[in-house]
Each structure stands twice: as C-alpha cells, then as structure tokens.
Design a protein around this ligand. Structure first.
Ligand code: HEC
Length: 162
C-alpha cells in the first residue's frame, strides 16, 4: 500500500516535470520565433526611414538592396542632381540610361568626369557645353563598389528609366 502511494506520487511528479519541460520548450520556441522575426521587420521599415534624395524627389519604388545606393546618392549626388527633369546644378537624371553612351561610361564619368571629358569623349564634351558653369566632381575616392551601388540605385529608381 505504502509503496503504491509512493509510486503514484512519483508518477504524479514526473507528469508535472514533463508538463513543465513541455511548457519551457514551447516558451523557448516562441522566444526564438520572436528573436528571428525581429530583424526582418526592421529591414522592412528601412526603405521608408532612411531615404533622403529619393524622398525629396518623390521616388517610392526602391527595394531593400538599394538602400545603400540611395544613401550614397543622397550624400554625394542629390545636391546637384534630381531624379526628375529639373536641373539643380547638374541635369535631372530622369531617363538617364536612355541618353548616356553606356553603363561603363556612367561608371567612368562618376569616377573621373574630368578624365572622360579630357579624353575627348563626345558625350562628355556635349555635356560640358550644356553645363558650362560647373564641373561634375570626381568620385573615385568612393571606390568601385560604392559607385556601382549608386548606379544600381539609379537603375531601379522609378524615373531613371522611363
Ligand atoms: C557639384 C555638383 C555635382 C555633383 C555633386 C554631382 N554632379 Fe553629376 N553632373 C554635374 C554637372 C555640372 C554635370 C554636367 C556635365 C559636367 O559639367 O560635368 C553632371 C553630369 C552628370 C551626368 C550626366 C547627365 C546627363 O544628362 O547625361 C550624370 C549621369 C551624373 N552627373 C551623375 C552624378 C552622380 C551619380 C553623382 C554622385 C556620385 C553626381 N553626378 C554628383 C554636377 C554634379
């Protein structure tokens, strides 16, 4: 009799332990789900939180990958270029990929506008005639990767390709 009771108590206890461990297990899973979901949510919000140039110029079709390029454009280019047709100091960049000679040309021009012009490049010479007062600065100090990010941002910006 005594030992039956003991067995029952032990059985009860182990049920409780199992139930408790299950609860802890579920809690850990929930905790993990919460932790792993958070960064995604933060990323989703980024495009709306950290834009400068694109917001100024009403661009709303920028994807996550472009946020670095967007920031770079905002810091380095937006002071002289809009993404629309309006001239600031340089040309509005709407439809830019339809008029420049090539993407490689754009890369070279962002890095060394001056060199491209002095090489006698016909399009750069024409640009200089259209914008006689100011010269576009060189951005080679940004490095190739950042220049490429800016180009990819321009490609995805709503107005850059009509
Ligand atoms: C100080 C003003 C200034 C800044 C900053 C500037 N640009 Fe320019 N940009 C110009 C001017 C002026 C021209 C016209 C050609 C010239 O004089 O070099 C030009 C020309 C261009 C063109 C050719 C435009 C056309 O209609 O074909 C592109 C593309 C361009 N810039 C992109 C950029 C990008 C990208 C950046 C940022 C990395 C940038 N620019 C920063 C002044 C600027």
């Amino acid at each position: 009799m005594e030992s039956d009771k003991k067995d029952k108590i032990i059985a009860d206890l182990s049920m409780k332990v199992i139930a408790l461990s299950l609860l802890v297990f579920v809690l850990i899973i929930v905790f993990l789900i919460v932790i792993f979901h958070k960064p995604e949510k933060v990323e989703e919000q980024q495009p709306f939180g950290c834009g400068t140039a694109a917001q100024l110029h009403g661009n709303d079709s920028v994807s996550f990958e472009d946020t670095a390029g967007k920031k770079l454009f905002g810091r380095n280019c937006a002071v002289c270029h809009s993404l629309g047709t309006n001239r600031i100091t340089g040309a509005g960049l709407e439809g830019i990929f339809t008029r420049i000679p090539s993407e490689q040309w754009l890369f070279n021009y962002i890095a060394h506008a001056d060199k491209v012009y002095h090489s006698g490049d016909a399009y750069a010479v024409k640009l200089h005639k259209d914008f006689p007062d100011v010269e576009m600065p060189d951005f080679d100090s940004l490095g190739a990767d950042k220049i490429k990010e800016i180009i990819s941002y321009l490609k995805n910006a709503r107005n850059a390709i009509p």
